[in-house]
Write a protein that binds this ligand. Structure first.
Ligand SMILES: Nc1ncnc2c1ncn2[C@@H]1O[C@H](COP(=O)(O)OP(=O)(O)O)[C@@H](O)[C@H]1O
Ligand SMILES: [Mg+2]
Length: 364
């Protein structure tokens, strides 16, 4: 009797393959694509019709790692499991994936091709990154709390003594200058310890009705007045239909200010800063509670050099800075504030192509 492909649940094998959550394809011995499931179409952005019968070399010219794995599988007849790499789409967008390839062996023991499973790791990577950021914040929080405690009191003493000294040496301009330097530097350290306090403190934020656009406008207004430079171009694309949200106005001001200040510092003399707002109805698995909510997104993009891979890894960690005068607390603090709003921040940057910070704030 002819064996049919119906499974117990009444589904055909074809239906099952297309229902798989992971990308799956089958190639023959000549590397030509035979099967290409729905998840694979979604991940690659290419439809089955366009790949059927074509070779992997032709379909995935950007994806050497994938091609090499298929080659090795066919030549050595072995399985390669969970090879982690980036899948590169036609528009150069990279998707972190895990690839498993195994030989397709016929009942006669002949290798007839290879099965390739491509698993999209975007969500897992994002969750891992967030967990690692939170962990780093916690460790540095404990450290910082200790340091702040030890430094704050002596700073007050040094400043007080320097101010007394200043009164004593009124007539000596040189001594006055040195003493002023002491005072200025002590004040700088005080500001630093204040920021650290804020980072480590678990203060309850005051939530109120906020209009995101008006907060952004205030930040832009402040910075425009400060830089007094028409070679820096701000452009705004706001979605006027966005509702007000419940948030801490002062804290959000601080976040947008930190991020816009970084862009300005990166641009220096001239460049563009684009600020956009919109709805996001995508699925954003951040945690069990916040999955698939609706968000307001604020995107802040600049035309700077982008963020190096080295900095990118620790971007939200306290004291991560590439600037000689930098403290490296701005983004750590911003990360904490957005976490406290049950939102999240994403960064996209390619070195040399500017940076875009995307701040997601949940809607009720
Ligand atoms: N828009 C940007 N373009 C390039 N690099 C950036 C940008 N924003 C942040 N960075 C990098 O992230 C680092 C950390 O930023 P931040 O936490 O604000 O600390 P700081 O500004 O004191 O260095 C910066 O030193 C810089 O290297
Ligand atoms: Mg900064």
């Amino acid at each position: 009797m002819k064996k049919n492909l119906n499974s117990g649940a009444g589904k055909t094998l074809k239906e099952i393959i297309h229902a798989l959550p992971d990308g799956m394809m089958v190639v023959d011995r000549d590397f030509c694509i035979d099967v290409f499931n729905t998840a694979m179409e979604e991940l690659s952005g290419i439809s089955f019709n366009r790949v059927y019968g074509k070779s992997v070399f032709e379909v995935f010219p950007e994806n050497n790692n994938l091609i090499e794995l298929v080659k090795k599988t066919l030549s050595s007849e072995t399985t390669f499991s969970d090879y982690q790499t980036d899948y590169i789409k036609k528009d150069r967008q990279k998707i972190p994936v895990s690839i498993t390839t195994s030989p397709l062996i016929s009942s006669k023991g002949k290798t007839e091709g290879s099965i390739i499973i491509v698993k999209d790791l975007t969500t897992i990577k994002r969750l891992e990154e967030r967990a690692s950021n939170l962990e780093k914040m916690q460790i540095s929080g404990v450290l910082a709390a200790g340091i702040v405690h030890e430094i704050r009191n002596p700073l007050g003493g040094i400043k007080g003594a320097a101010q007394l000294l200043l009164e004593e040496i009124k007539d000596n301009a040189e001594h006055k200058e040195y003493t002023n330097i002491i005072i200025q530097e002590v004040e700088r350290l005080s500001r630093l310890t204040d920021s650290l306090m804020e980072l480590t403190k678990r203060k309850k934020l005051f939530f109120e009705q906020c209009n995101i656009h008006s907060i952004l406008d205030q930040v832009i207004f402040l910075e425009k007045a400060r830089i007094d430079n028409d070679k820096i171009r701000f452009s705004r694309t706001y979605d006027p239909s966005l509702p007000d949200i419940l948030a801490s106005k002062d804290s959000l001001f601080q976040v947008f200010h930190n991020i816009i200040k970084n862009s300005l510092e990166e641009l220096g003399e001239k460049g563009d800063i684009d600020i956009r707002t919109k709805f996001s109805r995508e699925y954003h698995p951040v945690s069990k509670d916040t999955a698939s909510k609706q968000y307001i997104v604020v995107e802040i993009q600049d035309s700077g050099r982008g963020i190096s891979e080295e900095i990118r890894k620790n971007l939200f960690t306290p004291f991560c800075t590439s600037k000689p005068q930098g403290v490296g607390l701005g983004l750590a603090l911003s990360f904490k504030i957005i976490e406290e709003h049950n939102g999240f921040i994403r960064v996209e940057s390619e070195e040399g192509k500017g940076a875009v910070f995307k701040i997601y704030l949940p809607l009720p």
